[in-house]
Design a binder for this molecule. Structure first.
Ligand code: AMP
Ligand code: MN
Ligand code: MN
Ligand code: MN
Length: 298
């Protein structure tokens, strides 16, 4: 370490939302860990959709490095006709409660994926089941994999275009999901020793009134935290979300939701919390404490 390192090297950089090839991420757990280290991240949560399958490989890859890997998952839930994503952080991967809930979610994904493929077939788009699974490489199938297959057919130039035309609510390939409830997700996360976090609250296209209703319901159901900081958000949104975290007495989290290398989202980028909120990691051991010669406060 040279003394030219800026003060930022003294701060622990947390990125608590990311995906690997275990769900719809493009990088293997090992590749994701290598990239996080290169980006200066110190604590990375792997939060694949409805699975923890990528965590063990990531933790092995991070052994002896400057990076600690947190075992997480991102659970799709159903609330008031909206799909709300709940991140679980620091869960015990093999706890029966979380294992059972995630297994049920994956079964629902399978059923939904077959129905999506049937609907697309009716619309004249062949082989979507096989096509999506080629992209999923025998791991869990998401709409993201269908989107990649449809892009490969030239049906739109990018995934966003595919979602807009085929996969979002009301479109040919949209199948209303049967996900678990927010309460079920929180309970399983807690039984597995973890903290429950509302993922990307700014991305549900909820009015302020409905977003507050969601956060209020989440907090009343025992939820712990909400994501406040992401790299692709306006300063205004970050400030607003920090205010909600205070209002509903939720801890604050931050994460890139990294899926693949691209120009606008990067691991660890622009992740910091506004003042006045309590970080979700406030009671976690700082993985750099011994390295820096700090003593934990107990
Ligand atoms: P699923 O959980 O199977 O419903 O798939 C949802 C995933 O699709 C999200 O986690 C995103 O990774 C991806 N996704 C959703 N909407 C879009 C979009 N407009 N453009 C690109 N990817 C999207
Ligand atoms: Mn995704
Ligand atoms: Mn999500
Ligand atoms: Mn995500």
């Amino acid at each position: 370490m040279t003394s030219s390192h800026s003060t930022s090297s003294l701060l622990t950089l947390y990125d608590l939302h990311s995906h690997t090839t275990a769900s719809d991420g493009a990088l293997t757990p090992t590749e994701l860990v290598d990239r996080a280290i290169a980006m200066g991240v110190n604590v990375l949560a792997i939060t694949d959709h409805d699975t923890v399958a990528g965590v063990a490989e990531a933790q092995a890859a991070a052994q002896g490095s400057s990076l600690a890997v947190i075992c997480g998952t991102e659970i799709s839930t159903h609330w008031e006709n909206h799909e709300i994503h709940i991140v679980g952080l620091n869960i015990t991967a093999d706890h029966p409660a979380i294992e059972a809930l995630l297994a049920a979610q994956r079964e629902k994904r399978l059923v939904r994926a077959r129905t999506i493929a049937e609907r697309l077939a009716h619309a004249g788009i062949p082989d979507a089941w096989a096509g999506a699974n080629r992209y999923a490489q025998d791991q869990l199938v998401t709409r993201g994999h269908f989107a990649r297959y449809l892009v490969s057919l030239g049906l739109a130039s990018d995934m966003a275009g595919i979602f807009k035309k085929y996969l979002s609510r009301g479109k040919t390939g949209y199948v209303p999901p049967q996900w678990c409830t927010i309460e079920e997700a929180i309970d399983a996360i807690h039984l597995a020793g973890g903290q429950a976090v509302v993922a990307h609250p700014g991305r549900y296209q909820l009015s302020a009134k409905w977003l507050k209703r969601l956060l209020s319901h989440f907090a009343e159901s025992g939820g712990d935290a909400m994501e406040v900081a992401q790299c692709q958000q306006s300063p205004q949104e970050r400030t607003t979300l920090a205010g909600y975290a205070r209002d509903y007495q939720l801890l604050a989290s931050q994460g890139s939701d990294f899926h693949q290398p691209c120009a606008w989202i990067e691991l660890g980028r622009k992740l910091w919390l506004p003042g006045g909120v309590e970080p979700v990691w406030r009671d976690w051991p700082d993985p750099r404490a011994s390295e820096q010669g700090y003593k934990s406060e107990g």
